[in-house]
Design a protein around this ligand. Structure first.
Ligand code: ADP
Ligand code: MG
Length: 369
Protein backbone atom coordinates (compact mmCIF):
# COMPACT_ATOMS: atom_id res chain seq x y z
CA UNK A 1 0.00 0.00 0.00
CA UNK A 2 3.03 2.25 0.03
CA UNK A 3 2.97 5.32 -2.17
CA UNK A 4 -0.76 5.84 -1.80
CA UNK A 5 -1.81 9.35 -0.89
CA UNK A 6 -4.32 9.53 1.89
CA UNK A 7 -6.70 11.72 -0.13
CA UNK A 8 -6.80 8.96 -2.72
CA UNK A 9 -8.10 6.44 -0.22
CA UNK A 10 -11.81 5.72 -0.08
CA UNK A 11 -13.92 6.08 3.03
CA UNK A 12 -14.88 2.52 4.01
CA UNK A 13 -17.99 1.60 6.00
CA UNK A 14 -18.49 -1.84 7.48
CA UNK A 15 -22.18 -2.58 7.15
CA UNK A 16 -24.09 -4.51 9.78
CA UNK A 17 -27.53 -4.47 11.34
CA UNK A 18 -28.66 -2.53 14.37
CA UNK A 19 -29.41 -4.39 17.60
CA UNK A 20 -31.69 -3.14 20.35
CA UNK A 21 -29.40 -4.24 23.18
CA UNK A 22 -25.93 -4.32 21.66
CA UNK A 23 -26.13 -1.29 19.31
CA UNK A 24 -25.11 -3.47 16.35
CA UNK A 25 -24.69 -7.16 15.54
CA UNK A 26 -21.64 -9.05 14.38
CA UNK A 27 -18.35 -10.40 15.58
CA UNK A 28 -16.82 -7.50 17.49
CA UNK A 29 -13.29 -8.94 17.47
CA UNK A 30 -13.50 -9.18 13.71
CA UNK A 31 -14.81 -5.63 13.37
CA UNK A 32 -12.09 -4.36 15.67
CA UNK A 33 -9.37 -6.06 13.60
CA UNK A 34 -10.81 -4.57 10.41
CA UNK A 35 -11.03 -1.07 11.90
CA UNK A 36 -7.49 -1.19 13.29
CA UNK A 37 -6.05 -2.47 10.02
CA UNK A 38 -7.84 0.21 8.04
CA UNK A 39 -6.75 2.99 10.33
CA UNK A 40 -3.13 1.76 10.34
CA UNK A 41 -3.21 1.94 6.54
CA UNK A 42 -4.52 5.49 6.66
CA UNK A 43 -8.19 4.87 5.84
CA UNK A 44 -11.25 6.50 7.34
CA UNK A 45 -13.24 3.45 8.39
CA UNK A 46 -16.24 2.93 10.63
CA UNK A 47 -19.10 0.57 11.36
CA UNK A 48 -22.52 1.57 10.15
CA UNK A 49 -25.92 -0.01 10.66
CA UNK A 50 -28.46 -0.46 7.89
CA UNK A 51 -30.66 2.04 9.66
CA UNK A 52 -27.95 4.70 9.98
CA UNK A 53 -26.65 4.39 6.43
CA UNK A 54 -28.71 7.13 4.79
CA UNK A 55 -27.50 7.31 1.24
CA UNK A 56 -28.20 10.95 0.48
CA UNK A 57 -26.89 12.32 3.78
CA UNK A 58 -23.85 14.58 4.05
CA UNK A 59 -22.67 12.86 7.21
CA UNK A 60 -23.23 9.38 8.58
CA UNK A 61 -23.51 8.15 12.16
CA UNK A 62 -20.95 5.39 12.53
CA UNK A 63 -19.31 3.42 15.31
CA UNK A 64 -15.69 3.14 16.21
CA UNK A 65 -13.94 1.57 19.17
CA UNK A 66 -12.47 4.06 21.59
CA UNK A 67 -9.26 2.41 22.74
CA UNK A 68 -8.85 4.74 25.76
CA UNK A 69 -12.35 4.26 27.09
CA UNK A 70 -12.47 0.67 25.85
CA UNK A 71 -15.95 1.19 24.50
CA UNK A 72 -17.82 1.46 21.22
CA UNK A 73 -18.84 5.02 20.52
CA UNK A 74 -20.86 6.72 17.83
CA UNK A 75 -19.63 9.72 15.87
CA UNK A 76 -20.22 11.52 12.55
CA UNK A 77 -18.30 10.41 9.46
CA UNK A 78 -18.18 11.32 5.79
CA UNK A 79 -20.39 9.15 3.55
CA UNK A 80 -18.66 5.97 2.41
CA UNK A 81 -17.40 5.17 -1.08
CA UNK A 82 -16.98 1.51 -0.18
CA UNK A 83 -19.50 -0.52 1.80
CA UNK A 84 -18.22 -3.82 3.12
CA UNK A 85 -21.23 -5.99 3.93
CA UNK A 86 -20.79 -7.92 7.18
CA UNK A 87 -24.45 -8.37 8.14
CA UNK A 88 -23.96 -11.55 10.15
CA UNK A 89 -27.25 -13.42 9.76
CA UNK A 90 -29.21 -14.55 6.73
CA UNK A 91 -32.45 -13.81 8.54
CA UNK A 92 -31.41 -10.20 8.97
CA UNK A 93 -30.18 -9.88 5.42
CA UNK A 94 -33.52 -11.16 4.18
CA UNK A 95 -35.57 -8.50 5.97
CA UNK A 96 -37.32 -6.33 3.36
CA UNK A 97 -35.82 -3.10 4.68
CA UNK A 98 -32.33 -4.61 4.54
CA UNK A 99 -32.79 -5.99 1.04
CA UNK A 100 -34.02 -2.59 -0.10
CA UNK A 101 -30.97 -0.89 1.36
CA UNK A 102 -28.61 -3.38 -0.29
CA UNK A 103 -30.31 -2.80 -3.64
CA UNK A 104 -30.07 0.96 -3.18
CA UNK A 105 -26.35 0.64 -2.54
CA UNK A 106 -25.93 -1.61 -5.60
CA UNK A 107 -27.70 1.01 -7.72
CA UNK A 108 -25.80 3.95 -6.26
CA UNK A 109 -23.57 5.78 -8.75
CA UNK A 110 -20.57 6.34 -6.47
CA UNK A 111 -20.79 3.76 -3.71
CA UNK A 112 -19.35 0.30 -4.27
CA UNK A 113 -20.57 -2.70 -2.30
CA UNK A 114 -18.82 -5.94 -1.93
CA UNK A 115 -20.27 -9.16 -0.58
CA UNK A 116 -23.85 -8.26 -1.57
CA UNK A 117 -25.54 -11.42 -0.32
CA UNK A 118 -25.06 -14.76 1.41
CA UNK A 119 -24.83 -17.77 -0.91
CA UNK A 120 -27.36 -20.57 -1.02
CA UNK A 121 -25.83 -24.07 -1.23
CA UNK A 122 -28.08 -25.25 -4.05
CA UNK A 123 -27.49 -22.16 -6.14
CA UNK A 124 -23.75 -22.57 -5.83
CA UNK A 125 -24.03 -26.01 -7.38
CA UNK A 126 -26.22 -24.73 -10.19
CA UNK A 127 -23.68 -22.02 -11.02
CA UNK A 128 -20.71 -24.40 -10.88
CA UNK A 129 -22.54 -27.00 -12.95
CA UNK A 130 -22.76 -24.54 -15.85
CA UNK A 131 -19.06 -24.43 -16.60
CA UNK A 132 -17.01 -27.40 -17.74
CA UNK A 133 -13.99 -26.02 -15.85
CA UNK A 134 -15.78 -26.10 -12.48
CA UNK A 135 -18.11 -29.07 -13.02
CA UNK A 136 -15.25 -31.50 -12.39
CA UNK A 137 -14.94 -30.32 -8.78
CA UNK A 138 -18.51 -30.73 -7.63
CA UNK A 139 -19.96 -33.89 -6.10
CA UNK A 140 -23.27 -35.12 -7.59
CA UNK A 141 -25.90 -32.93 -5.94
CA UNK A 142 -29.71 -32.80 -6.03
CA UNK A 143 -32.42 -31.02 -4.14
CA UNK A 144 -33.88 -33.31 -1.49
CA UNK A 145 -37.58 -33.18 -2.32
CA UNK A 146 -38.96 -36.74 -2.55
CA UNK A 147 -38.11 -40.21 -1.28
CA UNK A 148 -37.93 -41.33 -4.92
CA UNK A 149 -35.19 -38.80 -5.63
CA UNK A 150 -33.37 -39.95 -2.51
CA UNK A 151 -33.64 -43.62 -3.53
CA UNK A 152 -32.24 -42.74 -6.96
CA UNK A 153 -29.25 -40.99 -5.42
CA UNK A 154 -28.69 -43.95 -3.09
CA UNK A 155 -28.59 -46.32 -6.04
CA UNK A 156 -25.73 -44.38 -7.56
CA UNK A 157 -23.96 -43.36 -4.36
CA UNK A 158 -24.11 -45.61 -1.28
CA UNK A 159 -22.76 -42.76 0.87
CA UNK A 160 -24.59 -39.42 0.95
CA UNK A 161 -24.48 -36.05 2.68
CA UNK A 162 -27.75 -34.26 3.44
CA UNK A 163 -27.27 -30.54 4.04
CA UNK A 164 -29.57 -27.58 4.66
CA UNK A 165 -29.37 -25.10 1.77
CA UNK A 166 -28.75 -22.22 4.14
CA UNK A 167 -26.83 -24.07 6.84
CA UNK A 168 -23.55 -23.21 8.48
CA UNK A 169 -21.13 -24.64 11.03
CA UNK A 170 -22.40 -28.16 10.42
CA UNK A 171 -25.91 -27.39 11.68
CA UNK A 172 -28.48 -29.89 10.44
CA UNK A 173 -26.03 -31.97 8.40
CA UNK A 174 -26.78 -35.70 8.13
CA UNK A 175 -24.94 -38.56 6.48
CA UNK A 176 -26.54 -41.65 5.04
CA UNK A 177 -25.01 -45.01 4.21
CA UNK A 178 -26.66 -48.02 2.67
CA UNK A 179 -25.32 -51.50 3.32
CA UNK A 180 -27.28 -54.15 1.41
CA UNK A 181 -25.79 -57.05 3.36
CA UNK A 182 -27.54 -55.90 6.56
CA UNK A 183 -31.23 -56.24 7.43
CA UNK A 184 -31.27 -52.67 8.75
CA UNK A 185 -29.60 -51.48 5.63
CA UNK A 186 -29.98 -47.70 5.99
CA UNK A 187 -27.78 -45.83 8.47
CA UNK A 188 -28.58 -42.19 9.06
CA UNK A 189 -26.22 -40.12 11.20
CA UNK A 190 -27.51 -36.81 12.51
CA UNK A 191 -25.85 -34.11 14.55
CA UNK A 192 -27.38 -31.53 16.82
CA UNK A 193 -25.60 -28.69 18.52
CA UNK A 194 -22.99 -30.95 20.07
CA UNK A 195 -23.93 -34.61 19.82
CA UNK A 196 -24.35 -36.98 16.93
CA UNK A 197 -26.83 -39.86 16.81
CA UNK A 198 -27.28 -42.95 14.62
CA UNK A 199 -30.61 -44.15 13.25
CA UNK A 200 -30.97 -47.54 11.52
CA UNK A 201 -33.91 -48.84 9.49
CA UNK A 202 -34.84 -51.34 6.79
CA UNK A 203 -37.10 -49.40 4.43
CA UNK A 204 -36.93 -46.21 2.42
CA UNK A 205 -40.28 -45.06 3.79
CA UNK A 206 -39.10 -45.32 7.42
CA UNK A 207 -35.92 -43.57 6.44
CA UNK A 208 -37.82 -40.78 4.67
CA UNK A 209 -40.07 -40.20 7.69
CA UNK A 210 -37.04 -39.85 9.93
CA UNK A 211 -35.29 -37.48 7.54
CA UNK A 212 -38.40 -35.30 7.19
CA UNK A 213 -38.65 -35.05 10.94
CA UNK A 214 -35.00 -34.13 11.29
CA UNK A 215 -35.05 -31.61 8.44
CA UNK A 216 -38.11 -29.78 9.76
CA UNK A 217 -39.15 -27.08 7.34
CA UNK A 218 -35.66 -26.44 5.98
CA UNK A 219 -34.78 -27.00 2.32
CA UNK A 220 -32.07 -29.61 1.87
CA UNK A 221 -29.67 -30.77 -0.78
CA UNK A 222 -28.49 -34.36 -1.05
CA UNK A 223 -24.95 -34.91 -2.17
CA UNK A 224 -22.59 -37.70 -3.07
CA UNK A 225 -20.36 -38.39 -0.04
CA UNK A 226 -16.68 -38.05 -0.80
CA UNK A 227 -14.24 -40.42 0.95
CA UNK A 228 -11.95 -37.75 2.35
CA UNK A 229 -8.26 -38.28 2.93
CA UNK A 230 -7.61 -38.83 6.65
CA UNK A 231 -5.04 -38.31 9.35
CA UNK A 232 -5.14 -40.76 12.27
CA UNK A 233 -8.41 -42.01 10.71
CA UNK A 234 -9.97 -38.56 11.03
CA UNK A 235 -11.02 -36.90 7.77
CA UNK A 236 -9.79 -33.42 6.97
CA UNK A 237 -10.66 -30.72 4.50
CA UNK A 238 -9.14 -27.54 3.21
CA UNK A 239 -10.38 -24.02 3.91
CA UNK A 240 -9.32 -21.61 1.24
CA UNK A 241 -9.65 -17.85 1.49
CA UNK A 242 -10.00 -16.22 -1.92
CA UNK A 243 -10.03 -12.43 -2.15
CA UNK A 244 -9.57 -9.87 -4.86
CA UNK A 245 -6.24 -8.10 -4.62
CA UNK A 246 -5.09 -4.54 -5.31
CA UNK A 247 -5.36 -5.24 -9.06
CA UNK A 248 -8.95 -6.39 -8.72
CA UNK A 249 -8.03 -10.00 -9.51
CA UNK A 250 -9.01 -13.10 -7.56
CA UNK A 251 -6.07 -14.25 -5.48
CA UNK A 252 -5.43 -16.89 -2.83
CA UNK A 253 -4.98 -15.28 0.58
CA UNK A 254 -4.30 -18.57 2.30
CA UNK A 255 -5.11 -22.24 2.67
CA UNK A 256 -5.84 -23.81 6.04
CA UNK A 257 -6.87 -27.34 6.99
CA UNK A 258 -9.44 -28.64 9.46
CA UNK A 259 -9.36 -32.14 10.89
CA UNK A 260 -12.67 -33.63 12.06
CA UNK A 261 -13.35 -34.35 15.73
CA UNK A 262 -13.50 -38.04 16.61
CA UNK A 263 -17.28 -38.48 16.46
CA UNK A 264 -18.28 -35.50 14.33
CA UNK A 265 -19.56 -35.77 10.76
CA UNK A 266 -17.91 -32.48 9.90
CA UNK A 267 -14.59 -30.75 10.50
CA UNK A 268 -15.80 -27.60 12.28
CA UNK A 269 -13.59 -26.51 15.16
CA UNK A 270 -16.51 -25.99 17.61
CA UNK A 271 -17.40 -29.65 16.95
CA UNK A 272 -14.03 -30.91 18.11
CA UNK A 273 -12.24 -30.26 14.84
CA UNK A 274 -8.70 -28.92 14.90
CA UNK A 275 -6.48 -26.69 12.80
CA UNK A 276 -3.57 -28.20 10.94
CA UNK A 277 -0.98 -27.33 8.34
CA UNK A 278 -2.37 -28.45 4.95
CA UNK A 279 1.03 -29.29 3.45
CA UNK A 280 1.79 -31.58 6.37
CA UNK A 281 -1.53 -33.42 6.11
CA UNK A 282 -1.22 -33.82 2.36
CA UNK A 283 2.41 -34.97 2.61
CA UNK A 284 1.47 -37.62 5.17
CA UNK A 285 -1.08 -38.97 2.68
CA UNK A 286 0.56 -38.54 -0.69
CA UNK A 287 4.25 -37.79 -0.13
CA UNK A 288 5.97 -34.41 -0.40
CA UNK A 289 5.98 -34.14 -4.20
CA UNK A 290 2.34 -34.95 -4.77
CA UNK A 291 1.36 -32.82 -1.77
CA UNK A 292 2.98 -29.85 -3.43
CA UNK A 293 1.14 -30.53 -6.67
CA UNK A 294 -2.16 -30.99 -4.80
CA UNK A 295 -1.70 -27.62 -3.08
CA UNK A 296 -1.07 -25.98 -6.45
CA UNK A 297 -4.15 -27.68 -7.96
CA UNK A 298 -6.23 -26.63 -4.94
CA UNK A 299 -5.29 -22.98 -5.37
CA UNK A 300 -5.93 -23.11 -9.07
CA UNK A 301 -9.32 -24.76 -8.52
CA UNK A 302 -10.30 -22.16 -5.93
CA UNK A 303 -9.59 -19.29 -8.34
CA UNK A 304 -11.55 -20.89 -11.18
CA UNK A 305 -14.44 -21.63 -8.82
CA UNK A 306 -14.47 -18.09 -7.41
CA UNK A 307 -14.69 -16.64 -10.92
CA UNK A 308 -17.57 -18.91 -11.84
CA UNK A 309 -19.45 -18.15 -8.60
CA UNK A 310 -19.05 -14.46 -9.28
CA UNK A 311 -20.35 -14.92 -12.82
CA UNK A 312 -23.29 -17.00 -11.56
CA UNK A 313 -24.21 -14.56 -8.81
CA UNK A 314 -24.47 -11.68 -11.27
CA UNK A 315 -22.80 -9.35 -8.77
CA UNK A 316 -19.33 -8.07 -8.24
CA UNK A 317 -17.81 -10.03 -5.35
CA UNK A 318 -14.69 -9.22 -3.35
CA UNK A 319 -14.02 -12.29 -1.29
CA UNK A 320 -15.22 -15.71 -0.27
CA UNK A 321 -13.98 -18.69 1.69
CA UNK A 322 -14.31 -22.21 0.37
CA UNK A 323 -14.46 -25.66 1.88
CA UNK A 324 -12.66 -28.06 -0.43
CA UNK A 325 -12.08 -31.76 0.12
CA UNK A 326 -9.23 -33.94 -1.04
CA UNK A 327 -10.27 -37.56 -1.52
CA UNK A 328 -8.17 -40.65 -0.92
CA UNK A 329 -6.97 -40.51 -4.55
CA UNK A 330 -5.87 -36.89 -4.26
CA UNK A 331 -8.78 -35.46 -6.29
CA UNK A 332 -10.19 -32.08 -5.23
CA UNK A 333 -13.88 -31.53 -4.42
CA UNK A 334 -15.91 -28.42 -3.76
CA UNK A 335 -18.29 -28.50 -0.75
CA UNK A 336 -19.32 -24.91 -0.28
CA UNK A 337 -18.36 -21.28 -0.43
CA UNK A 338 -19.15 -18.61 2.15
CA UNK A 339 -19.80 -15.05 1.03
CA UNK A 340 -18.92 -13.71 4.47
CA UNK A 341 -15.79 -15.56 5.50
CA UNK A 342 -15.21 -16.18 9.19
CA UNK A 343 -11.94 -15.18 10.81
CA UNK A 344 -9.09 -17.48 9.85
CA UNK A 345 -7.15 -18.51 12.93
CA UNK A 346 -3.85 -18.86 11.09
CA UNK A 347 -2.08 -15.54 11.88
CA UNK A 348 -0.39 -15.13 8.48
CA UNK A 349 -3.69 -15.68 6.64
CA UNK A 350 -5.53 -13.42 9.02
CA UNK A 351 -3.16 -10.49 8.61
CA UNK A 352 -3.18 -10.73 4.83
CA UNK A 353 -6.95 -11.06 4.71
CA UNK A 354 -7.44 -7.83 6.62
CA UNK A 355 -5.03 -5.90 4.41
CA UNK A 356 -6.65 -7.24 1.26
CA UNK A 357 -10.01 -5.80 2.26
CA UNK A 358 -8.48 -2.34 2.01
CA UNK A 359 -6.32 -3.08 -1.03
CA UNK A 360 -9.38 -4.18 -2.96
CA UNK A 361 -11.40 -1.25 -1.62
CA UNK A 362 -8.80 1.08 -3.07
CA UNK A 363 -8.91 -0.73 -6.41
CA UNK A 364 -12.71 -0.48 -6.49
CA UNK A 365 -12.60 3.19 -5.62
CA UNK A 366 -10.07 4.05 -8.32
CA UNK A 367 -11.38 1.84 -11.06
CA UNK A 368 -15.09 2.10 -10.43
CA UNK A 369 -15.23 -1.72 -10.44
N1 ADP B 1 -20.30 -34.38 -0.02
C1 ADP B 1 -19.49 -34.46 1.02
N2 ADP B 1 -18.64 -35.51 1.16
C2 ADP B 1 -17.78 -35.59 2.20
N3 ADP B 1 -17.71 -34.66 3.18
C3 ADP B 1 -18.53 -33.59 3.11
C4 ADP B 1 -19.46 -33.44 2.03
N4 ADP B 1 -20.15 -32.28 2.22
C5 ADP B 1 -19.68 -31.77 3.36
N5 ADP B 1 -18.71 -32.53 3.91
C6 ADP B 1 -17.97 -32.27 5.17
O1 ADP B 1 -18.81 -31.54 6.02
C7 ADP B 1 -18.28 -30.23 6.24
C8 ADP B 1 -19.41 -29.21 6.32
O2 ADP B 1 -20.09 -29.13 5.09
P1 ADP B 1 -20.43 -27.74 4.47
O3 ADP B 1 -21.05 -28.00 3.14
O4 ADP B 1 -19.23 -26.89 4.52
O5 ADP B 1 -21.56 -27.21 5.45
P2 ADP B 1 -21.56 -26.03 6.56
O6 ADP B 1 -22.23 -24.89 5.88
O7 ADP B 1 -22.39 -26.54 7.68
O8 ADP B 1 -20.15 -25.72 6.92
C9 ADP B 1 -17.31 -30.00 5.11
O9 ADP B 1 -16.32 -29.07 5.46
C10 ADP B 1 -16.75 -31.41 4.91
O10 ADP B 1 -15.78 -31.73 5.89
MG1 MG C 1 -18.60 -25.26 5.71
Amino acid sequence: MSGIQQDQLPVVAILTIEDAKEKFRGNRDNFLDILRTGKDLGFTVYIVTVKDLKLGARRIAGYDYNEDKQAWAQDWYPPPRIVYNRIPLREDENLPAVRRKIEEILDHPTIRLYNPYFFNKWQLFEWLQKSRATRTFIPATRRLRTSVALAKMLNKHPYLFLKPETGKAGMGIMTLRVNHTKAMKFRLKTQDRRRSALFKCATISKLWTRIRKQAGNHDYIVQQGIPLATVNRRPFDLRVLVQKNSKGQWDITGVGARVAGTSSITTHVPRGGSIEDPEKLLSANFGVEQARRTMARTKNAAIIIARQIERGSGHMLGEMSMDLGVDTNGSIWFFEANAKPMKFDEPHIRRRSLERIFQYSTYLYRNGG
